[in-house]
Design a protein around this ligand. Structure first.
Ligand SMILES: [Zn+2]
Ligand SMILES: [Zn+2]
Ligand SMILES: [Zn+2]
Ligand SMILES: [Zn+2]
Ligand SMILES: [Zn+2]
Ligand SMILES: [Zn+2]
Ligand SMILES: [Zn+2]
Ligand SMILES: [Zn+2]
Length: 722
């Protein structure tokens, strides 16, 4: 039902945090869209279904009245063409909500800049029914996109969660950590490929590899690796290499980062990272196992203001021990305005540090002592054990609390009161002139020098919002913790599709939450595959349980019963006889007359055995071990009778089970028996001979296929068969 709607709006304030293509329209726009849609000509009634059977009880597919009484719903999603009438630039987008002030529209920042619009400009919005996209080709804007481990998955995740449409020529920005990567929409399908709707579609994404000659120079250098000393300009994106145990120097400008990588192949030992900073410089140290590292993306950090800054990572640390992508540890030093009095130029370092740079040395060492508490504290701890406490001849100073020899207590006390002051909050004794510089945080129990106040307030009592928009905290370390754990934008390797994806929020399904699935995995694991064994469609989530079920059933199958004739491989069938033979083998022993004690039958069997042993069946292919032909030597009547008595007992005539007979069989059966024995050997006795016979029947005597059949279908022999 095509309908037309368009209107012109005044552009309001940009949607700063919007990551997709959704716009905000005013409420009256929705009303006029509904009206335009309602007054559009109704669709023609659908043609009657030729297969419709009025006598059938099943739900008719076709309801001729349906289109009359049910109001047609608005198309979903609503997609719009967004145009700058001044320059005719255009793009497309979906709608987030209808909450703008009357006559206004709000667009995402990127959309405004790509249409060259600023607040107050006129914007034309037109309803546009777009075809469902099937394929999109992107071209990266710079070569460093390869830094993203799986940019395709990242791009797909981004599209799925934020975009309704794609327009040829528009640029998609993708973030990983603090970095931003641009991709141009190069081509779209279906034809004509100007714009497509990508909601509820399987969009195939192609990425055109970037011509290396086209790659900009900065990218090339960004991949470069420098050795030893810090790079020329303090704080850039270059990763410098550190060697374990070797001290390196560097300097970093305020608000810039300098990054180091260190190869830590031995994860059985912990590491200790020590950074000495030259006064009055200040910097933060953040450490991660991931490439993207910044103040908000890190695992370990040191935000102290006193040198040296030390980060000790014990070998048992979970993030450290479970190495993720590589054995590389990333360290970033974030420069800060020095809090102390600026005395530029005092640096005698040979490195060309600019004024204001924090000059430092850095070293990474293996670290094994569990108990060495090398974690520096920015606050000198109060003296806990007091020397000479309660010792005879000593007295406590009422000012500083030290124990002083009685004969000098007066002297000390006078001096102490004149020069020393004790903090009433932490009882720390310091020189009187230092007291004004002593600082206690009002919000937590941190105390130290006043020079640390600004940094402390910024890092622990600021306001931080995650780019996922669902987390905020006053504390930077808390933000970093959120971003590496519960953040919906965190990257994980999906356990079902095995690609790098944003994990999304917690699953809305309680059962999936119990299983520890995030929303991506919850959704991804709903895909079904066909079970190879039962052809049932099984969701990826249930595959394991389903397979266990098959395994249980397989191991607990009843073994098929074979004919008691050791040379026969036929099934026993449903009819039971006193010898436990198959119908074919039993034929000659069927006695039509009364034989209550099976005497006649035993006689017949005895005669058969005797002749088998004495003269044999005469068939050269016979493999019956109690047949003279098979043995290749005949027997005299007496020895044959003696041997016959032995095997006759094993027939257990009349018993319910446990029969064993040795009768000559036909050539075909003999061949089957040989095959079954071959197969048994091939699978090294892991399966019973009964199953080997069954496997050969199922696979038409193809040995290899039969072995495969056994591995898939048959229960294994419980006890190892010698
Ligand atoms: Zn004192
Ligand atoms: Zn204090
Ligand atoms: Zn505090
Ligand atoms: Zn987040
Ligand atoms: Zn997945
Ligand atoms: Zn199955
Ligand atoms: Zn048989
Ligand atoms: Zn024979």
């Amino acid at each position: 039902m095509p309908f037309a709607w368009s209107s012109t709006f005044t552009l309001g304030q940009p949607l700063e945090s919007s990551k997709g293509d959704k716009i905000i329209l005013p409420q009256p726009a929705l009303e006029s869209i509904i009206q335009a849609h309602a007054s559009a000509p109704p669709p023609p009634p659908p043609l009657p279904d030729p297969n419709y059977d009025p006598t059938s009880w099943s739900q008719p597919q076709y309801n001729p009245y349906q289109h009359l009484n049910k109001p047609q719903e608005l198309p979903s999603p609503l997609t719009f063409q967004i145009r700058n009438p001044a320059n005719r630039l255009l793009t497309h987008g979906g709608v987030k909500e209808f909450s703008a002030a009357d006559g206004q529209v709000h667009l995402p920042v990127w959309m405004m800049s790509s249409l060259a619009l600023s607040p107050g400009d006129q914007v034309m919005i037109k309803y546009a029914a777009l075809p469902k996209g099937t394929w999109a080709k992107f071209r990266p804007l710079s070569a460093d996109y390869t830094e993203i481990l799986d940019f395709r998955a990242l791009l797909e995740a981004r599209l799925r969660s934020n975009y309704t449409t794609l327009t040829r020529g528009e640029v998609l920005k993708v973030h990983q950590g603090a970095k931003e990567f641009g991709f141009v929409v190069e081509e779209l399908k279906p034809e004509p490929g100007e714009a497509v709707c990508i909601t509820d579609t399987d969009l195939e994404v192609d990425i055109e590899p970037l011509d290396t000659e086209m790659a900009d120079g900065t990218t090339q250098s960004a991949r470069g690796v420098l050795n030893g000393h810090g790079s020329g300009s303090g704080g850039n994106n270059m990763d410098n290499m550190l060697k374990i145990g070797v001290e390196s120097q560097g300097h970093v400008a305020p608000k810039a980062y300098q990054r180091w990588t260190v190869d830590v192949p031995i994860r059985k030992s912990g590491v200790k990272i020590t950074v000495h900073v030259q006064e009055p410089g200040d910097l933060d140290v953040v450490v991660s196992t991931k490439h993207s590292i910044s103040l908000q993306d890190h695992i370990w950090a040191n935000f102290d203001s006193v040198s040296p800054r030390v980060i000790t990572i014990p070998a048992a640390d979970q993030d450290y021990a479970t190495q993720q992508d590589s054995q590389i540890i990333h360290i970033a030093l974030h420069g800060r305005e020095s809090s102390g009095s600026a005395s530029f130029g005092s640096s005698t370092s040979t490195a060309p540090a600019s004024a204001g740079d924090a000059v430092y040395s850095i070293q990474v060492q293996y670290h094994d002592d569990q108990d060495s508490s090398s974690t520096p504290s920015s606050v000198p701890s109060t003296i806990v054990d007091t020397p000479n406490k309660d010792a005879p001849g000593y007295q406590e100073c009422d000012n500083c609390g030290s124990w002083i020899p009685e004969r000098t207590i007066m002297l000390h006390s006078n001096f102490c009161h004149r020069n020393n002051a004790k903090c009433t909050k932490c009882s720390l004794v310091m020189k009187k002139e230092d007291l004004p510089n002593h600082f206690h945080c009002d919000h937590c129990d941190m105390h130290g020098s006043i020079s640390e106040k600004n940094k402390h307030m910024e890092i622990y009592h600021g306001w931080y919002q995650c780019s996922c928009e669902s987390f905020e905290s006053p504390s930077l370390p808390e933000l970093a913790k959120h971003r590496r754990t519960t953040c919906s934008e965190r990257f994980i390797i999906c356990r079902y599709c095995h690609t790098l994806v944003q994990q999304g929020g917690p699953s809305s399904n309680a059962r999936d939450r119990m299983r520890g699935l995030n929303s991506h995995e919850s959704y991804c694991g709903d895909r079904t595959i066909q079970c190879q064994k039962c052809s049932q469609m099984v969701s990826l989530k249930d595959v394991q349980v389903h397979a266990q079920n098959h395994e249980y059933q397989r191991q607990n199958q009843a073994t098929p019963h074979l004919c008691s004739n050791q040379n026969c491989v036929r099934g026993k069938g449903s009819t039971v006889n006193v010898l436990g033979l198959c119908q074919l083998c039993f034929g000659p022993y069927w006695i039509p007359t009364e034989d209550p004690k099976n005497q006649k039958l035993v006689q017949r069997l005895a005669r058969k055995y005797h002749s088998q042993l004495m003269s044999g069946c005469g068939n050269n292919w016979c493999r019956n071990q109690y047949c003279a032909t098979s043995r290749g030597r005949q027997m005299d009547a007496t020895s044959a009778a003696t041997e016959m008595m032995g095997i006759l007992k094993e027939a257990r005539v009349g018993a319910a089970e446990g029969h064993k007979t040795w009768l000559c069989v036909d050539e075909g059966t003999t061949r089957k028996k040989v095959m079954a024995e071959l197969l048994l050997e091939e699978v090294r006795g892991q399966y019973a001979i009964e199953w080997c016979v069954k496997a050969l029947e199922a696979e038409r005597t193809d040995l290899e296929a039969a072995a495969q059949w056994l591995h898939l279908q048959a229960p294994k022999v419980k006890k190892a068969v010698a």
